[in-house]
Design a protein. Structure first.
Length: 91
C-alpha cells in the first residue's frame, strides 16, 4: 500500500490519481501520519464501494461501542435505559 503526503495530493493531483489506478488504494498522510484512504471508483462501482465503506464504518462503530461497554462495565439494562431516555426526548 502506498503512502502519499497530502501536499503531493494538492500539488500533483493527476499524478496521484494515476498512481491510485495502479495501486488500488492509497493512504494520504498529514504530518507523516495516516489521515485518509483513497479508493478508486467509477460509475460502475460507486454505489457498491459506498455501501461497503458505510457498512464497515457501522461495524467498526458497533465494535468500538461493545469494547467501551465492556471496559466501563455497562450492562445491557443500562443501555436499554439510555435508549429509552433518548427516544422519549425525541418523541
Amino acid at each position: 500500500m502506498k503512502f502519499i503526503p497530502s501536499r503531493d495530493l494538492r500539488l500533483k493531483t493527476a499524478s496521484v490519481l494515476n498512481e491510485l489506478k495502479k495501486e488500488g488504494e492509497i493512504i494520504i498522510t498529514s504530518n507523516g501520519k495516516p489521515s485518509s484512504l483513497m479508493l478508486p471508483v467509477d460509475e460502475t462501482n460507486l454505489e457498491q464501494v459506498l455501501f461497503f465503506v458505510k457498512s464497515m464504518k457501522t461495524k467498526a462503530a458497533v465494535r468500538n461501542m461493545r469494547i467501551t461497554f465492556k471496559k466501563n462495565k455497562i450492562s445491557a439494562e443500562d443501555i436499554d435505559k439510555e435508549i429509552n431516555a433518548v427516544r422519549k426526548e425525541i418523541l
